[in-house]
Design a protein around this ligand. Structure first.
Ligand SMILES: NC(=O)N[C@@H](O)C(=O)O
Ligand code: NI
Length: 170
């Protein structure tokens, strides 16, 4: 069976709204602090840390790039907490999420970020693992620590082929 082909679309707050938060200054509520010497872009993502001894973790991920077209055979989710990825370099990366169905994750939705955009997945949002494009990329990651299992994986019976839009080049 040929792989089912999914082409990534540009990430926008509106398009991603059913799946999670886009972390960006564009369109965000902001206000000056520190006597006007700093602008606060406020409350961009909902962080959740649930379950026994839950706490919020701040980590750094050094991501290795993936080749494209990408073979997507697995997605995962974190039932006990959210997970946010904020790139530390101005390069796009790939975001893959799936709607929920009665039988597990539905058809993947692929998004290509603008340089500087980050994303936050709410608890239980099926997503692909961190996917840098073309070059290694570091991320600040805010997610949940604590007791209990916070990782579920789903392996597709047939992988998807994820393609970048023509303009992306990788
Ligand atoms: N496992 C881990 O910390 N990272 C994944 O959850 C991921 O979404 O990349
Ligand atoms: Ni994850």
């Amino acid at each position: 069976m040929t792989d089912r082909i999914i082409t990534a679309h540009p990430l926008t707050r509106e398009a991603f709204a059913p799946f999670g938060d886009v972390i960006e200054t564009e369109g965000a509520h902001h206000y000056p602090i520190n006597d006007g010497r700093c602008e606060r872009y406020h409350d961009l993502a909902r962080v959740e840390a649930n379950g026994p001894n839950a706490r919020v973790l701040v980590s750094l991920f050094k991501g290795t790039p993936y080749a494209f077209p990408l073979k997507l055979s697995m997605v995962e989710r974190h039932p006990l907490g959210s997970q946010a990825f904020m790139p530390l370099s101005p390069a796009p990366f790939l975001v893959v999420v799936c709607p929920d169905t009665d039988d597990g994750p539905g058809e993947p939705q692929a998004f290509l970020t603008l340089p500087g955009q980050g994303v936050n997945y709410p608890p239980n949002r099926w997503h692909g693992v961190l996917t840098p494009i073309g070059t290694p990329q570091d991320f600040l990651v805010v997610d949940r620590g604590g007791d209990g299992s916070n990782l579920e994986e789903f392996h597709f019976s047939h992988p998807y082929e994820i393609r970048l839009p023509e303009s992306a080049g990788a």
